[in-house]
Design a protein around this ligand. Sequence first.
Ligand SMILES: [Zn+2]
Length: 291
Amino acid sequence: MPELPEVETIVRGLNQKVVGLKIADAWTDWSKTIKTHMPAKFRREIRGRKILRAHRRAKYIMMDLSGGKTLIIHQKISGHLLYGKWMVSGKKVEPAMGGPIKSDPYNRFIRFILYLNNGYMLGLSDVRRFGKVFLGDTDKIENINEIGRLGPEPLSPKFTLAKFKELMRRKRGVTKKVLMDPFVIAGIGNIYSDEILWYAEVAPTRRVEKLTDKELAAIYKYIKFVLKKAIGAKGDSLQDYRTLEGKFGNYQNMQKAYQLTGEKCQKRDGGIIKRLVIGGRSAHFCPVHQK
Ligand SMILES: [Zn+2]
């Protein structure tokens, strides 16, 4: 599932490619994608609106539109937004350009399209069809879905060590699960919780209430470090995620723990990365240096 770095990469791409353009129309073959409107009403509401800016809250992509509306896209498990050209006939969508939009099979499951006034489109490729689109009033964004209840943004300057410690001291439970809880901290999922804990030298199974001040400080430091590193790499494309142009991100080549079961720990401490299932999600860690 795309996490904060992948969503941030898409948002930066949107700010480069589509700000200032107008939405000419919309299409979907899967009416459940649009949560706030029936498709016909959605098309009427969205046509002619100008894209003013793109931003992000947790894993939600937000595009502020003219007329006080905001379009929100949550890519969920396998969705990723693409900038390209397609031909639609009935329920069939074919790429109308070369490159990764056409050649990469992960970019070929287009379920939702926004037509732009420069001839290009934004297409949501989503093999599992869990991606969601919301349209609401910009000034009431917090009322949409769970947005108002989300935890703080980990890369915000307001997310200080003191704030992080205060949040952790209020929680009980397994550290990996607490880090992945969007109502505690926004945007960290399975990939980056494994990576953060590998760097912080803390086992994912540790109880958060038993972590020392030093361990909390290390986790805090590596939350910022790993998320920034992954944004710099344009995200992790081990699975479905691609950039807005349909290209691979690069973090999958930098992974230290996630999905590396059976491989030697890159700290060369003799450890072999182990996989454990915690609350239905798998954790990957080095049993030698992660205590
Ligand atoms: Zn190790």
